[in-house]
Design a protein around this ligand. Structure first.
Ligand SMILES: NC(=O)C1=CN([C@@H]2O[C@H](COP(=O)(O)OP(=O)(O)OC[C@H]3O[C@@H](n4cnc5c(N)ncnc54)[C@H](O)[C@@H]3O)[C@@H](O)[C@H]2O)C=CC1
Ligand SMILES: O=C(O)C(=O)COP(=O)(O)O
Length: 416
């Protein structure tokens, strides 16, 4: 088993928001036993207190890791977002402290695509309203405003992992698919990319959003965009609540411009299942409201638990940062007979020569070196002979612009 600089039982892991047990099992199997596993998110003050002695934190979309939280997280080594979105994490604050952030870019995409296809069909048939009326003792048997999906046009905004999968599923029930993306994307099946958002809005019977929360998508759908949509069309958002002006959506539905909507994500979401959900969409007919559960299936959550815990374990055991969303990516081989030094520094000229100088001045023999940088940070990994572990780490700590250092001891000569 790989040896880290700290005894694994001293490496504290905090998992929030009901992360799947598969993650806990994975950590335990890898020798990490100091795990706190909570079913909820934490408010900022509690999180700040708790994170002080945490080495690895696992969160989902609800926990905000901002500058204040990072400032308190003195021992934090890496962050795992057990979801796709990383907008809840101040990635620059993490990077400035030499903390890589990982996520699970694919594991819940199918769950979202299935839900959106199901909602498309339900909304085209006016099922939410008919079902609500039946529960109340009413009987809305009518074909008015009810349509088959076959031959209707589905407009997908953001043709990434979710949008592209939805495209394939949608064609299988006879929907014609068009999509708009800021990047030219390979079309699945018979889908066609359109040149502008305006064109997509004007042509689609059902519009669905699958973009990340980035500056270009903030409030990208407002009353102006609803005005461009076909009368009687349907709008779906399972991306982020920051993309749509929700009051404008409520207006478009009340005015009868849209026949229905399904919304899974909101500008403001309850912090826990005990908090009231407040929204201008509440009570509107033919509107499906779901509590941010697009990716919440047992299958997705189990896979995410495995995927992200593996990334954290690999970083802890071996230093590999492949697929990190904010950090220079380095893929590293095993180091059975060498100690491994990890040095994270500000990316300014001269740091590498300084590192090599201090190692050479201390007569430390380098047997392997790996370097990757991004705009702000450099990540260098140096394998050295087993005799030099602690000495070399101390030398590296003296280098100007150092953000963080760690040593991973040789698997054949563990020193705590
Ligand atoms: N409701 C839920 O539970 C879930 C929500 N999500 C959300 O869905 C988002 C999308 O997920 P993926 O498809 O996996 O992401 P992705 O990164 O694979 O795809 C996003 C696509 O949006 C495009 N895009 C970016 N800015 C755009 C703009 N201004 N206009 C048009 N297209 C733009 C990108 O080029 C990319 O093709 C995530 O970022 C996350 O916020 C993801 C999983 C679950
Ligand atoms: O994967 C994402 O980005 C999601 O929005 C899902 O978030 P969750 O893990 O359900 O809090």
């Amino acid at each position: 088993m790989a040896k880290t600089s700290l005894d694994k039982s001293k490496i504290k892991i905090l998992l929030l928001e009901g992360i799947h047990q598969s993650a806990v099992d994975n950590f335990l199997n890898a020798g990490y036993t100091n795990i706190e596993h909570l079913s909820t998110s934490l408010d900022e003050e509690t999180l700040i207190e708790k994170i002080r002695d945490v080495h690895f934190i696992g969160i989902r979309s609800r926990t905000q890791l901002n500058e204040r939280v990072f400032a308190a997280a003195e021992k934090l080594t890496a962050v795992g977002c057990f979801c796709i979105g990383t907008n809840q994490v101040d990635l620059n604050a993490a990077l400035a402290r030499g903390i890589p952030v990982f996520n699970a870019p694919y594991s819940n995409t199918r769950s979202v695509a299935e839900l959106v296809l199901a909602e498309t069909i339900m909304l085209l048939r006016g099922i939410p309203e008919k079902s609500t009326r039946a529960h109340e003792g009413g009987w809305l048997k009518s074909a008015k405003n009810s349509h088959e999906a076959r031959g209707k046009t589905l407009g997908i905004i953001g043709y990434g992992s979710i949008g592209a999968q939805l495209s394939v599923l949608a064609e299988s029930v006879g929907l014609d698919v068009i999509y708009y993306d800021v990047v030219t994307k390979l079309a699945m099946g018979n889908a066609r990319q359109v040149g502008s958002l305006e064109e997509l809005l004007a042509r689609a019977d059902v519009v669905t959003l699958h973009v990340p929360d980035v500056p270009s998508t903030r409030w990208m759908i407002t009353k102006e965009q609803f005005a461009l949509m076909k009368p009687g069309s349907i709008f779906i958002n399972a991306s982020r609540g920051s993309t749509v002006v929700i009051e404008d959506l409520a207006e478009a539905i009340k005015a009868g411009k849209l026949l229905g909507a399904a919304v899974d994500v909101f500008p403001s979401e309850p912090k826990s299942n005990d908090e009231e959900f407040v929204s201008p969409l509440r009570g509107l007919a033919n509107v499906i409201l779901t509590p941010h559960i697009g990716g919440s299936t047992l299958e997705a959550q189990e896979n995410i638990g495995v995927e992200v815990s593996e990334k954290l374990i690999t970083y802890s055991d071996n230093g590999t940062t492949i697929t990190s969303v904010n950090f220079p990516e380095v893929a590293l081989p095993a180091h059975p007979d060498k100690h491994r030094l990890l040095h994270i520094h500000e990316n300014v000229p001269g740091v590498m020569s300084e590192i090599n100088r201090v190692l050479s001045e201390n007569d430390i023999n380098i047997s392997g070196q790996f370097l990757q940088t991004n705009e702000k940070v450099g990540y260098v990994v140096i394998d050295v002979d087993k005799a030099y572990g602690v000495k070399a780490l101390e030398a590296l700590k003296q280098v100007d612009h150092t953000l963080r250092t760690r040593v991973l001891y040789s698997e054949t000569n563990y020193q705590d």
